[in-house]
Design a protein around this ligand. Structure first.
Ligand code: ADP
Ligand code: MG
Length: 606
C-alpha cells in the first residue's frame, strides 16, 4: 500500500481543535480579502451603531492604516472584550437567522481583522462617562484600558496582512486598491444618505458628503454619482408581488464601458447580484449595444424572510425566493419608465456640442479652414496632384458642404422636433423649434423607427414571410440543428420558416419579407449560434430583439440619401410618435438639441 505522505511528513495520531487565533485567521481569509473589505466591515458596524457622522482615514492604500471614527452608540467595557471574540454579535436574535435588520450579524469581522493586523478599538457607550480601548497585535489580545474617547467608536487597523504574506502578494496596485476603497465608501454612502461621510486619503480630503435633511437620497446620488448622471436619469418607482423598487436610472444614451456605475441595493445593503444585473441588461437590451452599460442607482426592498443574505461571507450576493418576480419587477419598471419618456435623449450631447463650438470658434482657426477651402476651390487641378494641400484636406473634399436650405413650415414649429429647414452632409437634418435648434442623425433615427416597427409587427403577429420558390437546404452542425429545432415556432413569428431535413441540415422555405434579399446560410448560422449561446427562454426575447436590430440596420435609410423637406418633416413627425426614438438601438442619440440659451452662451451673450 502506498502512502500519501511525503518524506519527512509526520501524521499526528490525534485530532486536535484548532486554536482561536488560527480559526480567526482562516475566517479572515474569507471575510477580509483586501483593504476595502476592512473598510466595508468597519463602516457597516458604524452604520449599525446609528452613527450620524462617519470619518474614514486611509493611508498607503489601506495597507499602512485604515481608521474609522463614528459618533454612534458605542459599546461598554464588557461588550468591548466580547466583541473581539469569534461569533460574538449584539445584533442577532440567536434563534432566528431569518430576521436580519442589521448589516452585520455573523460576529466575524472584528476578530478576523484583529487576527491579521495591528488593531485598536476605542469606544464609549452612549450615556456612559468612561470609554475603553482594546488592542490586538496580530491576534494576540492586549489589556482593556481606559480611553479618552468622548463619543462613539474609533477603530484603527495598521499593517494589515503584514503577517500573512500570501494575502499581501494577492493585492493589486495601490491605485486599484484605493479605487476599491473609494468605491465601497461611495456605495454605502448613497443608501445611507442620512449619514455624513468624510473620506481622507493620505491626509487629503477626498470627499465630504454632507447630511441633507430634505430629499437626502436624491441629493446624495447627485453628490456621489454626479450632476451629469442626475440630469440624465429617469426616476422609477414600482411595486410587484410585495417587493418594491425605486431609484434613478440613466437614459440609454448616457452609458459606460463597464457595469461599475450600477449602485444596487437590497434592503439597504449594497450588493452585486447576477440575477439583478442580468435583469438590468435585459431591460436595456433594446437600447444598448452589448458592450455598453447603463448607470443607475436602484433600491429594492423585500420582506427579509423572502431573502437569504447568508449565502456569501461578505454578503455581497443574496438569494431571492421568487427570482421570477424580481426579474419582472426590474425589467418592467425600467421599460415602463422609458416608454413614458420616449424622446428623452441624453442632454450630455448638447454639452458636448457647446464644448466643440467653444474649442473651435477661435477666429484664427476659422479663417484657416476658410483659406483651406478657398484653396481647394481655386486649385482643383492641383489638389489631385497633391502639390500644396495636405492629405487631411484632400480626404475632406468629399465632405464639402452639400447643404440645401428649405422654406420653414411654421405649422411645425411647436412640435417637439420642430420644422426641418435643411439637410446637411446628406445625413443631418437641421430643424428649428420655438426654443432652439435640433440636429437629427437621419440614419440613426430611421433605424430606430424600423426597429420599433418590426418589433411591433412581431408582437402583433403580423410579420410577413417571403416564400422562397426554391427552398434552400442549409447544413449546420448537430448542436446548431437541435437548438434551431427547439425554436421553430418562435422563428415562424419572425417570418423565418424552417423545417428539419435530417440531423445535419434544415430546409428554409421562407424568410422575413422586410429583409428583402438575404444570405440565408449566413442568417441561419448567426441565428443558431446566438441561440446556443443564449440557451434559455428568458433571453429568446432579447435574441429576437437582436435579430430585429440587425434587420433594422439593413432596412433603414443609409446616411447619404438626400431627403426633400416633406420627407424630412415626415421623419421628424414619425420620431415623435415612435417609442424610444431618442436613441438608436446601439445607444447612440438620434438627435441633439440646442436651446436658444445654449446658442447665446456660444456667442458670449450669457
Ligand atoms: P457583527 O457586526 O456581525 O455583529 P462584528 O465583529 O463586526 O460583528 O462586531 C462585533 C460587535 O461589536 C457588534 O455586534 C457590535 O456590538 C460591536 N461593534 C463593532 N463595531 C462597533 C461600532 N462602530 N459601534 C458600536 N458597536 C460596535
Ligand atoms: Mg460587523
Amino acid at each position: 500500500m502506498g502512502t500519501f505522505l511525503a518524506d519527512g511528513d509526520v501524521l499526528k495520531d490525534e485530532i486536535i481543535k484548532l486554536p482561536d487565533k488560527i480559526i480567526n485567521q482562516i475566517a479572515a481569509g474569507e471575510v477580509i480579502e483586501r483593504p476595502s473589505s476592512v473598510v466595508k466591515e468597519l463602516i457597516e458596524n458604524s452604520i449599525d451603531a446609528k452613527s450620524k457622522n462617519i470619518k474614514i482615514f486611509i493611508s498607503g492604500s489601506g495597507r499602512e492604516s485604515i481608521k474609522v471614527i463614528d459618533d454612534g452608540n458605542g459599546v461598554n467595557k464588557k461588550q468591548l472584550e466580547v466583541a473581539l471574540e469569534r461569533h460574538a454579535t449584539s445584533k442577532l436574535d440567536a434563534n432566528n437567522l431569518t430576521k436580519i435588520s442589521f448589516l452585520g450579524f455573523r460576529g466575524e469581522a472584528l476578530p478576523s481583522i484583529a487576527s491579521i493586523s495591528n488593531f485598536l478599538i476605542s469606544s464609549i457607550k452612549e450615556g456612559s462617562r468612561q470609554g475603553w480601548e482594546l488592542g490586538s497585535f496580530f491576534g494576540k489580545l492586549g489589556k482593556l484600558k481606559p480611553s479618552a474617547i468622548k463619543k462613539g467608536t474609533s477603530v484603527e487597523v495598521r499593517s494589515l496582512f503584514k503577517q500573512t504574506p500570501a494575502r499581501l502578494k494577492f493585492l493589486k496596485t495601490d491605485r486599484t486598491e484605493t479605487a476599491m476603497l473609494i468605491d465601497i465608501v461611495k456605495r454605502h454612502s448613497i443608501v445611507n444618505s442620512h449619514i455624513a461621510f468624510q473620506l481622507y486619503i493620505d491626509g487629503v480630503e477626498h470627499f465630504n458628503f454632507l447630511n441633507h435633511s430634505k430629499d437626502s437620497l436624491k441629493k446624495r446620488i447627485y453628490d456621489v454619482i454626479g450632476k451629469e448622471f442626475y440630469n440624465n436619469s429617469i426616476e422609477i418607482k414600482n411595486l410587484r408581488g410585495g417587493v418594491s423598487i425605486k431609484g434613478l436610472v440613466g437614459v440609454p444614451t448616457y452609458n459606460k464601458g463597464s457595469g461599475r456605475f450600477q449602485y444596487i441595493y437590497v434592503n439597504g445593503r449594497p450588493i452585486s447580484d447576477r440575477l439583478i444585473t442580468g435583469s438590468i441588461r435585459g431591460a436595456f437590451s433594446d437600447y444598448l449595444a452589448r458592450n455598453r452599460f447603463p448607470v443607475l442607482s436602484i433600491f429594492i426592498d423585500i420582506d427579509p424572510e423572502k431573502l437569504d443574505v447568508n449565502v456569501h461571507p461578505s454578503k455581497a450576493e443574496v438569494r431571492f425566493d421568487d427570482e421570477q418576480n424580481i426579474r419582472a419587477l426590474i425589467v418592467g419598471s425600467i421599460r415602463k419608465a422609458f416608454a413614458s419618456e420616449g424622446l428623452k435623449a441624453s442632454n450630455l450631447n448638447s454639452g458636448k456640442i457647446l464644448d466643440a463650438f467653444k474649442n473651435k470658434s477661435h477666429l484664427s482657426s476659422l479663417s484657416k479652414n476658410f483659406d483651406k477651402h478657398q484653396n481647394l476651390d481655386n486649385n482643383k487641378g492641383s489638389v489631385l496632384s497633391g502639390s500644396q494641400i495636405d492629405d487631411a484636406a484632400v480626404s475632406s473634399l468629399e465632405f464639402l458642404p452639400s447643404g440645401k436650405k428649405h422654406e420653414l413650415d411654421k405649422n411645425y414649429l411647436s412640435y417637439p422636433l420642430g420644422s426641418a429647414v435643411a439637410q446637411i452632409h446628406k445625413n443631418y437634418i437641421v430643424s428649428q423649434t420655438y426654443g432652439g435648434l435640433i440636429i437629427v442623425d437621419q440614419h440613426a433615427a430611421h433605424e430606430r423607427i424600423i426597429y420599433e416597427e418590426i418589433k411591433g409587427a412581431i408582437y402583433g403577429n403580423s410579420l410577413k414571410s417571403q416564400i422562397i420558390l426554391m427552398p434552400e437546404i442549409i447544413e449546420l452542425d448537430d448542436l446548431l440543428i437541435s437548438t434551431l429545432s427547439e425554436h421553430i415556432d418562435d422563428l415562424k413569428k419572425l417570418g423565418l420558416f424552417i423545417e428539419l431535413n435530417d440531423n445535419k441540415s434544415v430546409i428554409v422555405t421562407g424568410t422575413p419579407g422586410l429583409l428583402g434579399e438575404v444570405n440565408v446560410q449566413k442568417l441561419l448560422k448567426d441565428l443558431s449560434e446566438n441561440l446556443v449561446n443564449e440557451n434559455n427562454t428568458q433571453s429568446l426575447e432579447s435574441l429576437l430583439n437582436e435579430v430585429c436590430s440587425a434587420m433594422a440596420c439593413h432596412g433603414s435609410v443609409r446616411a447619404g440619401r438626400e431627403l426633400n423637406v416633406n420627407e424630412m418633416n415626415a421623419l421628424l413627425r414619425k420620431m415623435e410618435i415612435t417609442p424610444n426614438s431618442g436613441q438608436c438601438n446601439h445607444g447612440r442619440p438620434t438627435y441633439v438639441q440646442l436651446e436658444l440659451s445654449d446658442i447665446e452662451k456660444i456667442f458670449g451673450r450669457r
